[in-house]
Design a protein around this ligand. Sequence first.
Ligand code: HEM
Length: 315
Amino acid sequence: MTRMSNNKPLLVATGNYATGAVVEQKPPLTEVAPRAGLAVDGREFVRFQHLYRVLHAFMIVSFLTLAVTGLSLKFSYTPWAAKFSRLLGGFETAGYIHRFAAVVMFGTFTAHVIGLFKQKKRNQTTWKAILLGPNTLLPTKRDGQEFVATVKWFIGFGPRPQYGRWTYWEKFDYFAVFWGIVVIGSTGLTLWFPVFFTRFLPGPFINVATIIHSDEALLATGFIFTVHFFNTHLRPEKFPMDTTIFTGHMPLAEFKRDKPREYAELVASGTLEEHLEQPQPEIVVKAIRAFAWIALTIGFIVVIWIIYAMLFAYR
Ligand code: HEM
């Protein structure tokens, strides 16, 4: 039996990289239930490191706060926005809370970028390997092929694609946040510090910045609370909620089904064992579920609020 330096038994398998299929798998029976792909000792696949779980929670809290305070400012001429802002302490206070949440979001973004640099150093790798390697977050030709294959699968003309580490919709979501922070963040800073920015920008740009900020924010909010929520939590395989980003873990059978190509690659390279950990304690999972339910509920309420506002209150 193959063994790692820490003397843990390894999964032994051969894989077909072209199709992503596991051709032959000879797991040590004490460690793995071969047909279900389950670690017998209950360990789960670690998909997200601790830093990224914490950062996502910060992103959720700051984004929800920005969305609800921003929308109450945008629709300040409606009675319900006035009522909501009064709960927060008035429109001026809503503006301060909005700015505070923006600082938290900028901090989260900065911590993420620093995390990427640290990860690169820890893994002793290069930017080229990160950006052009098999697990890149950049769009590739394969993503285009998987998109077409997914549409075929939806309409019954093919099997579910052999998704790898990042699917095309996960990559899209990731860059939507980058794009959103640049566009909404930069225009938000212009609204925050108009005197400074109009030293080198024409005055009317403040009006333009307001329109860009406000409408891009509406788009981002609508997108996150519908498309992102559906792709992540509401699709039949995950319904009603996927807690992976919070726990960092995926049950091994779910990982094998959801990301078959990544699973096959890890098994083939004999490194799957390095990515397994015991599940989080029950109490942690319960607390995470409560947090996620609150966030999802606020998100859905905001969507209803936006639809109502667009139909009956938009000026
Ligand atoms: C990330 C950095 C951000 C900064 C620095 C920022 C800053 C600002 C500032 C200074 C205002 C004017 C507030 C006032 O009048 O008191 C504003 C308004 C607003 N913000 Fe943000 N914001 C940011 C992100 C967001 C996000 C993520 C959203 C929504 C998801 C959002 C939605 C809005 C909306 C809807 C308004 C009202 C615009 C209007 O009056 O039509 N903001 N923001």
